[in-house]
Design a protein around this ligand. Sequence first.
Ligand SMILES: *Cc1c(COP(=O)(O)O)cnc(C)c1O
Length: 496
Amino acid sequence: MNNKLYGNLIFELSHPGRRAYSLPENHFGSHPLPAAIKRENDAELPECDEMTVVRHYTNHSENNFGVDNGFYPLGSCTMKYNPVINEEIASLKTFTSLHPLQPIDTVQGALEVEYNIQRALASITGMADVTLNPYAGAHGELTGLMIISSYHQHRGDTKRTKVIVPDSAHGTNPASAAVCGLEVVEVKSTPDGLVDVNDLKPLLGDDIAGIMMTNPNTLGLFEKDILEIAKLVHDCGGLLYYDGANLNPLLGAARPGDMGFDVIHLNLHKTFSTPHGGGGPGSGPVGVCEKLIPFLPKPHVYKTKEGFSVENPNLTEEYSTANNRVSGYHGNFLVSLRAYTYILTLGKNHIKEVGPLATLNANYIKECLKNDYELPIDCLCKHEFVFDGLKDKSTGVTTMDVAKRLLDYGYHAPTIYFPLLFHEAMMIEPTESESKDTIDGFIKTMHIIAKEARDTPELVKEAPHNTPIGRVDDVLAAKHPILTYRQLINDMSEEA
Ligand SMILES: *Cc1c(COP(=O)(O)O)cnc(C)c1O
């Protein structure tokens, strides 16, 4: 597995008596702990010298792939560069040592940051107000749907229990709706990949709480009928939810609020350059139009004549309403701070260049590769696009094979087998941060893989050849997961 001469676990490198430290001589005598709180046996801790520890963890870290060490065209995820200045600001001790329960007159600076980013995000998206509480996009979806449900219920309109979700939607959309207790109704896409207005019309009625849309959608296409859709949904009494995971190409160019959306979420870890992957920390702020402000969760930061104040949740109320609380305290403050740094670093004018550059990069890759890869919807895309596998289907080389072969060449694979509209979907999103050299290198590699698929298909089908772990059997892993690991202590020749 790992061709470096280091164990998989630090425990496997342990030798009794080895130490990575030495303590100064004890001049204070012995003061034993009471027997009642003393352990009976020594803790089983690894015993290693310092270099072994350093090499072990450094080697493991090098098995990782991240935006900082290579091109990461993972569609739908907006793996853009996370500027180092964001990290510098977020690691300032004046921010990191704050406690959420400090008296508010001692945290006026932090509250000002929160207030300012609430306002910046509201202004960028055209919403009336924003909460920073949710921890991720999916959490924002749940919060937003709870706001929509609360709004209908508050008006005594209790029949609205269905939410319309396009067949191209990200899986979190129907999942969030289900968690919120809403029934999901699917609306189909037209052959050119947009929400089918004719399929939508008959679904609308007095049982519809709202519709969830992503714009540009998960195929990277702008939903050009959005104004008509907004009118249709509003006319039937429903609200519009905007999945903001794809805001990147619209930054500073168009605003969901102006398109008619009532509730939105943003993924600060996508559009606003804060790191993601590995499960967090992320942030999924939710923005709302004027009439939904009373349903925003708390705590919420306000500006008053005296300074910044916080409206806290009423913890005696039921938890089922969104306008109470959805997270501990203020959400991921340091993630908000990184996004705020990003917005201020770019400024009003430069933020408008993000979308056009991301769009240009995606269209450039698409046009360069469309002779080798099947392009099911051939038109101008926004920040990402979808291929349906290799154009030459006779080779038997699948999207999975191409993705695995890309790893051999040092690239992260694109998103594969999503969206579900095509069998061999391969979703590519370069982002605005990449140089032309990097993008040209990727294009060249994709051409090489297409040629390999024709000339030496086995080479691609058996990829990856250069990674520490080859292909894992996904099905076996799902059906018979091995959840324990047998340590190799004192017998390094044994197989794991
Ligand atoms: C990433 C993504 C989500 C979910 O966001 P998380 O922050 O990962 O929870 C929802 N919708 C779309 C279109 C996405 O790309």
